[in-house]
Design a protein around this ligand. Sequence first.
Ligand SMILES: Nc1ncnc2c1ncn2[C@@H]1O[C@H](COP(=O)(O)OP(=O)(O)O)[C@@H](O)[C@H]1O
Ligand SMILES: [Mg+2]
Length: 287
Amino acid sequence: MRDQASGLRDLASRKNYKQSKMRVIAVTSGKGGVGKTSFTVNLALALAEYGQRVIILDGDLGLANVDIAFGLTARYTIEHLLSGEKTMEDILLIGPRGIGIIPGGSGVQRLANLDRDKLKNVIANLGRLEKITDLLIIDTGAGLGHTVTNFLQAADDIIMVTTPEPTALTDAYGLLKSLRREAGEVPIHLVINRVRTETDALATFKRLETAVRKFLDGTLNFMGWVYDDPLVGRSVMQQNPLGISYPDSSAYRCIQWIAGKVSGIYLSPPRQAGGVRGFLSKLLQSF
Ligand SMILES: Nc1ncnc2c1ncn2[C@@H]1O[C@H](COP(=O)(O)OP(=O)(O)O)[C@@H](O)[C@H]1O
Ligand SMILES: [Mg+2]
């Protein structure tokens, strides 16, 4: 049987190994259940198709389910890394297309309360990931808890997912308002999930963007939309991600299109210089 560590060795020995800075994208939403995890998992799959090396950090304290979406089960989490019982090799799961998954569990919150020695350990572990990863995508919880805010502040980019439902939009606006104060410099890109038509998507974006411009004096980038598609639900039930089981579905095609744009974001220089180290030092400053 393959142990979790063999996955990291595979990742490290890949041909396209190159030394580069790892970029950090946080995927978030105002309201829960809008499709963050489905989006994150399939975005990672689409980015992997484009040759990007992706690791997902399952950062949702309430409902950590990235491993389940891939049909995997996490034995160990960041909790074990923080306690020193396990290394990154031990906790990292490897999904299809070589996607790495770091199960967060309750360890995500504990990141906030680390003493110096343990912190050094985490930084050393994450620093090793940097050599084998282009993108770290964090699937955060919904809303603006302490831990979520810290992740968002430290990310290079934020992708905010909403649906066109009025309650989701109200919560998205609420989150945008707080982010304006708490993470003002981080670019925010909006994805509208579960739309019926393109017109529906554009009208929804316009509404939110107008409010942001008028009342928050801010800007909002439009990343794209994903169609409401029964195959998304079916793939969740089958524990086999959409990008694997239904790659021709309308929802996955949208996500492939967005993945192209995400790659494009990174044509411009990173907002912060230090890759994962920069990310961690920003994260630490906020505690
Ligand atoms: N584009 C979509 N079309 C249809 N159903 C979707 C779509 N995106 C998400 N869903 C459904 O919404 C539910 C919640 O999605 P999930 O990714 O777990 O949300 P979150 O992580 O934001 O809580 C899932 O059961 C999934 O089937
Ligand atoms: Mg989720």
